[in-house]
Design a protein around this ligand. Structure first.
Ligand code: GLN
Length: 440
């Protein structure tokens, strides 16, 4: 089935409540013929609803988020046979409003990764050009939206996982403020930075689903009801970027072009200075690895999931290389590190937060490129893949909301480029509305 007609299917789904079952059958058929490894579970029992606030929307759910009585694989071999006994709070709220769930989407193992190539369920291919990877870790989530299998993908984002694949498939990706949406039922690898996030082609659909999901949850003590912070949206902070191994000239040119467009629109542009991006990404890696080492230690295969007989065997043969890398780094910085990397990373985070307090005293929002380098081809080897999080991890480290949207194209691959907006913590709604003023 052509992408074009699938888009039409989603539009018709909204407009013709009486035909929803038939439309879903056509979408399920299209999914069945898809070879891009987008889904790890397809909900063949899906029953569309009518007359509730979100009955008009179909969503996919990233497979590190719990759905009652459905397997959760988190893209890892160690959890291949685990059925979950409860539904995540955010998803329960969506279900209560009548949303339809089409299936669970493939992801990098335990949501660790930037490319979409470490899942035990297979590499997710980019629906825009299957010679390329789709980005990760919410690879299937972004692909499910780009392929028009759903209106919104519910994903998660620790350092860019929802926003990076959204960028690489030319759609919108939104990571809310930390604490805005309950993480209960999200299999976190680094709970201080993870947030349930939203990917869609339509900003109004992101807003509707986000508004339904958010709010304090007794099951997650980091969640909170919050006042909506607002900003005027007159001044925009920008960065002066220089090409390096971690940022390509093409990305900088595209970013500068977008800044010119903002000036044409009449915004006040003000140059901000963030000292050392490589140091920020290093701090992110250290902090999240320490949490991953402790947080993933419960996956032994002995109590649930796959059990090959003993703990050592389970962990050595059922966990993938990327997850092992993080666990080893995390245990190292927690236990053996004389150079005090963890302390240095914490300090870098606090300096960054203080820096952003100053930035948001001067400008309403800051814009950056979303990814600093172009998407990789399938099986292309790169030592630089951790740099993909260079700009996105900033929002996680400071707890701020961030929205990414397509702007420009890469010359060689013709794949979309993307811009990120970061705004003050808890200004999520204002940010979603502001997007309409600055979109291209
Ligand atoms: N790519 C980042 C990492 O591997 C982000 C992952 C995420 O956001 N879940 O840590």
């Amino acid at each position: 089935m052509e992408t074009h007609s699938k888009t039409k299917l989603l539009e018709t789904y909204i407009l013709q409540p009486e035909n929803r079952s038939l439309i879903i059958t056509s979408i399920l058929e299209a999914i069945e013929n898809d070879n891009n490894n987008v889904f790890s579970y397809v909900n063949l029992a899906i029953e569309p609803k009518t007359n509730l606030n979100l009955s008009h929307l179909i969503v996919s759910i990233k497979d590190n988020i719990s759905l009652k009585d459905i397997p959760l694989t988190a893209g890892t071999n160690i959890l291949q046979s685990m059925i979950i006994p409860y539904t995540a709070t955010a998803i329960k709220k969506l279900e209560d409003e009548g949303i339809s769930i089409i299936g669970k989407t493939n992801l990098d193992e335990f949501a660790i990764g930037t490319l979409g190539d470490t899942s035990a369920n297979g590499i997710v291919l980019n629906p825009l050009n299957s010679d390329y990877m789709v980005g990760g870790s919410s690879s299937g989530a972004a692909a499910s939206v780009a392929s028009d299998y759903c209106h919104v993908a519910i994903a998660s984002d620790t350092g860019g996982s929802a926003r990076i694949p959204a960028a690489m498939t030319g759609v919108l990706g939104f990571k809310p403020s930390y604490g805005s949406v309950s993480r209960y039922g999200l299999l976190s690898f680094s709970p201080s930075y993870d947030q349930i996030s939203f990917i869609s082609k339509n900003i109004d659909h992101i807003k509707e689903t986000y508004l339904t999901c958010r709010g304090e949850d007794i099951e997650d003590m980091t969640s909170a009801n919050h006042e909506d912070v607002s900003f005027r949206g007159h001044t925009i902070g920008v960065l002066k970027l220089k090409p390096s191994a971690s940022i390509s000239q093409e990305v900088i040119d595209n970013y500068n072009c977008y800044i010119d467009y903002l000036m044409e629109l009449g915004f006040m542009i003000s140059e901000m200075d963030i000292p050392n991006y490589e140091e920020i990404i290093a701090a992110y890696q250290v902090l999240t690895s320490a949490e991953a080492a402790s947080n993933l230690s419960r996956f032994t295969g002995l109590n649930y999931g796959t059990n090959l007989g003993d703990l050592q065997k389970n962990r050595s043969s059922l966990l993938g290389y990327m997850v092992k890398d993080r666990i080893i780094l995390g245990n190292y910085v927690l236990n053996f590190d004389d150079s005090q990397m963890l302390l240095k990373a914490e300090t870098t985070k606090h300096i960054l937060k203080a820096k952003f307090d100053k930035i948001f005293a001067e400008v309403d929002v800051l814009i950056t490129p979303t990814t600093p380098l172009q998407p990789l081809m399938v099986n292309e080897i790169s030592d630089n893949s951790h740099f993909f999080d260079l700009f996105t991890c900033i929002a996680n480290l400071i707890g701020a909301p961030s929205l990414v949207f397509p702007y420009g194209k890469y010359h060689t691959s013709n794949l979309p480029m993307s811009i990120q907006i970061i705004s003050p913590r808890f200004s999520d709604l204002c940010l979603l509305d502001f997007y309409k003023e600055i979109k291209y």
